[in-house]
Design a protein around this ligand. Structure first.
Ligand code: SF4
Ligand code: SF4
Length: 382
């Protein structure tokens, strides 16, 4: 590593880019101790990265150092000085992004968001392919909710099952909803975490403009990442919508007696809290209420659950990066789920779904456990 710029200049630049609490850090190491990278004994160490930020050291040995953080928010909840650690990571990445030196795979994802409106290098015209054979209403005047299907559910083959389950559920529950369709874009939550602040702002403003033009007031988010950015980041730039994650909506319908389950799902289910639904958004109870109702109370917890949940490893842009098998948090999560004796691992996030489905295969537990989104579970019990 080499010091390329006087430390106070880098320090000031990071503070100006959002790392306001950088200099509150006293290097106690509580953050690194709680980080999932410690469990897999990987090369990433957040305390060390913050030290680099404080001292203005620009060099780093590999992409797994600056781009190792999955933004899972575990360390932020542990820090005794209230350091907003993810803002520091984001500011460091934004500094690199300004030089154009972000890793190639992440550049491909952000480039695709810029030109196609999605990070999957898929054409805009295919955004609605998941709707084939389904009667999906279009959002317009008099429609209550805009159902926002995240890019991963719109394009990824497994994710599309979630999008279709959502539409069937909303229709069966009698919700007034509609989609916008091909004009929809990525919410760009991951774009910001990758460090491309300029692209994030451009996409966020474009989305807010589109929603306002269509008359959107209420949004159902299918992904916790979209939910987070729509509730925490868009309001700062004029995007004031009433946003609800689908598990909140369904749990509300259930408690009001508007969602009737006709049969119990006859298997033991365990639940993986997505970081952006749990630790970032404090939504822990609604997914559990739904699973308990669907299984007649046959929900078992893993040893790491709720705010201690183990990250799947997809946040912060890591979904697009290659992670060595021995460092995959999602592999560990599959083993933890199997230890409970459950035959279904439920989650409520398309990123988690993608990571856990991959790991189920790579760790050879395909015969032991299935991964289901909560929307799929509820649909089976309707
Ligand atoms: S827990 Fe907070 S104060 Fe301690 S090293 Fe981490 S960021 Fe610094
Ligand atoms: S946000 Fe999560 S992955 Fe990132 S440093 Fe904190 S604990 Fe580690």
């Amino acid at each position: 590593m080499e010091a390329l710029t006087p430390f106070y200049e880098v320090n000031e630049a990071l503070v100006a880019m959002g790392a306001e609490k950088l200099n509150l850090c006293m290097q106690c190491g509580m953050c690194a101790g709680s980080c999932p990278w410690r469990i897999v004994d990987g090369p990433f160490n957040i305390r060390r990265l913050i030290r680099m930020a404080q001292l203005g050291v620009e060099g780093y040995e590999s992409d797994d150092i600056l781009y190792g953080c999955t933004t899972c928010n575990k360390c932020v909840l542990k820090c005794p000085r209230g350091v907003t650690i993810i803002d520091i990571v984001r500011a460091m990445r934004a500094m690199i992004a300004e030089t154009g030196a972000i890793p190639g795979v992440l550049r491909t994802a952000t480039g695709s968001v810029h030109s196609n409106g999605n990070p999957w290098s898929e054409p805009r015209e295919k955004r609605t392919a998941w709707m084939e054979g389904l009667d999906v209403p279009t959002f317009g005047e008099g429609v209550e909710y805009f159902l926002f299907i995240c890019c991963t559910s719109a394009y990824d083959a497994r994710g599309q099952d979630i999008a279709r389950a959502m539409v069937k559920l909303m229709s069966r529950a009698g919700i007034s909803f509609g989609v916008i369709g091909e004009e929809e874009n990525c919410c760009s939550e991951s774009v910001r975490k990758i460090g491309d602040e300029e692209l994030f702002m451009k996409m966020a403003e474009k989305n807010i403009g589109l929603y306002k033009e269509k008359g959107v007031k209420k949004i159902i988010a299918t992904s916790p990442h979209c939910y987070y950015t729509l509730t925490k980041e868009y309001p700062e730039i004029g995007g004031d919508f009433e946003v609800i994650h689908y598990t909140q909506l369904l749990a509300g319908l259930l408690s009001e007696g508007r969602l009737e389950l006709s049969s119990a799902f006859g298997e033991k289910v365990t639940y993986h809290d997505p970081c952006y639904l749990g630790r970032h958004s404090d939504i822990y109870d609604e997914p559990r209420a739904l699973i308990s109702a669907v299984t007649d109370g046959n929900l078992v917890e893993m040893k790491r659950s709720r705010h201690e949940s183990l990250c799947c490893g997809a946040g912060g842009g890591r979904l697009w990066m290659e992670t060595k098998p021995e460092w995959r948090f999602s592999d560990l999560r599959i083993h933890e789920a199997c230890e409970t004796g459950a035959t279904v691992l439920a989650t409520a996030c398309p990123y988690c779904m993608s990571m856990l489905e991959d790991s189920r295969k790579t760790v050879n537990r395909e015969d032991d456990i299935r991964i289901m989104d909560i929307s799929e579970l509820v649909l089976e019990a309707l």
